[in-house]
Design a protein around this ligand. Structure first.
Ligand SMILES: *[C@@H]1O[C@H](CO)[C@@H](O)[C@H](O)[C@H]1NC(C)=O
Ligand SMILES: *[C@@H]1O[C@H](CO)[C@@H](O)[C@H](O)[C@H]1NC(C)=O
Ligand SMILES: *[C@@H]1O[C@H](CO)[C@@H](O)[C@H](O)[C@H]1NC(C)=O
Ligand SMILES: *[C@@H]1O[C@H](CO)[C@@H](O)[C@H](O)[C@H]1NC(C)=O
Length: 297
């Protein structure tokens, strides 16, 4: 018998709350997903927060490339139709400076229509500091602050309602949330969160912007370096891995992959349209469409 556990630590100024959800998985048996245990717990907190009016805000920056027009258009649809209570969520697309005349015009058009683009002062790259530039620029360039900042890939599907409800009971400070690597690990206090999508609380984003530690260590796999900064700086005492609700698309990445499951927060490595199609169908994304005389799908 193989044992996995979700380890969640909530540290507050007034309360120290530790929750251990332990569950068992039989090899080769259908995996039992303990994530269903969370809503019951969060439900009580939902009520507490709802009555205290304690909402939170989250900015999701999807790091992409300027010329990925089709993907951006598609992600705007995917995120634009989702609704959820409690939190205020904004999705923005993030890339480095553009010099190409055509891109400047097309991007200006997108900004005029959607106003959901952040262009950082960097040269387009993946593992040479774009993520550092992203986090370290935000406190200065954003017109407001958020409780949480997420970095996401453009080949990930995020279910915003599930993300919001899993973040809701967690600390607003010193938090590092995501899919802990290596794949088989369930311990968020070792390793680092996958670049598919991870969340940092605002204080950590400010720390990244001001500390010498990240500034001096920007090269390397972008998700791994973030884990290294936090470790070196002795930061992110509150950590949460959303496994098994975050994962790679079935069959694409060994133990980081598993079958699609109802309580999903994110599915990663969606490179092809047939993979997106299966995800949209599985999560009944278009089921709400009512019959109309105008169309018949
Ligand atoms: C952009 O970055 C370059 C090189 O780091 C710097 O010299 C320049 O002043 C920056 N521009 C702005 C507008 O911040
Ligand atoms: C930055 O990195 C260099 C080379 O690894 C090291 O010598 C220096 O002490 C570091 N500076 C800080 C402030 O960490
Ligand atoms: C999608 O809809 C079907 C049929 O109504 C239902 O059985 C299934 O549980 C739904 N899937 C999810 C992920 O909600
Ligand atoms: C479908 O119709 C129901 C009942 O009139 C309505 O509540 C719901 O908002 C409609 N859905 C959409 C996507 O328009």
């Amino acid at each position: 018998m193989k044992q996995r556990s979700i380890f969640l630590v909530v540290l507050n100024s007034s309360v120290v709350l530790a929750i251990f959800l332990t569950f068992f998985v039989l090899p080769n048996a259908p995996i039992k997903f303990p994530y269903t245990a969370l809503p019951e717990y969060s439900f009580k907190l939902d009520q507490a927060l709802a009555t205290s009016g304690n909402q939170f805000s989250l900015l999701i920056g999807v790091l992409t490339r300027p010329n990925n027009y089709d993907r951006r258009h598609f992600l705007r649809l995917v995120y634009g139709i989702q609704s959820f209570p409690i939190a205020e969520v904004e999705v923005k697309f993030v890339f480095c400076r553009v010099t190409n005349r055509e891109q400047k015009i097309f991007l200006a058009l997108e900004i005029l229509r959607f106003n959901d683009i952040i262009i950082l002062n960097c040269t387009e790259n993946m593992n040479f500091g774009k993520t550092y530039t992203y986090f370290s620029s935000l406190p200065e360039i954003l017109p407001r602050r958020y409780n949480y900042i997420m970095k996401a890939d453009d080949d990930v599907y995020i279910r915003l309602a599930q993300l919001v409800s899993s973040l809701q009971p967690l600390p607003r400070q010193d938090l590092y949330y995501g899919f802990v690597l290596p794949c088989a690990s369930m311990n968020p206090h070792e390793g680092y969160m996958s670049g598919m999508g991870f969340v940092l609380s605002w204080d950590l984003v400010e720390w990244i912007a001001s500390s010498e530690i990240p500034k001096n260590d920007t090269f390397g796999p972008e998700d791994k370096v973030v884990g290294r900064w936090l470790k070196t700086g002795n930061k992110a005492r509150n950590r949460f891995t959303a496994k098994p609700a975050m994962y790679d698309y079935p069959g694409t990445n060994g133990r980081c992959s598993h079958e699609l499951v109802p309580d999903t927060v994110t599915v990663h490595r969606l490179k092809r349209w047939d993979q997106w199609l299966r995800v949209l169908e599985f999560f009944n994304v278009t089921k709400e469409l009512n019959h109309s005389k105008l169309y018949n799908l």
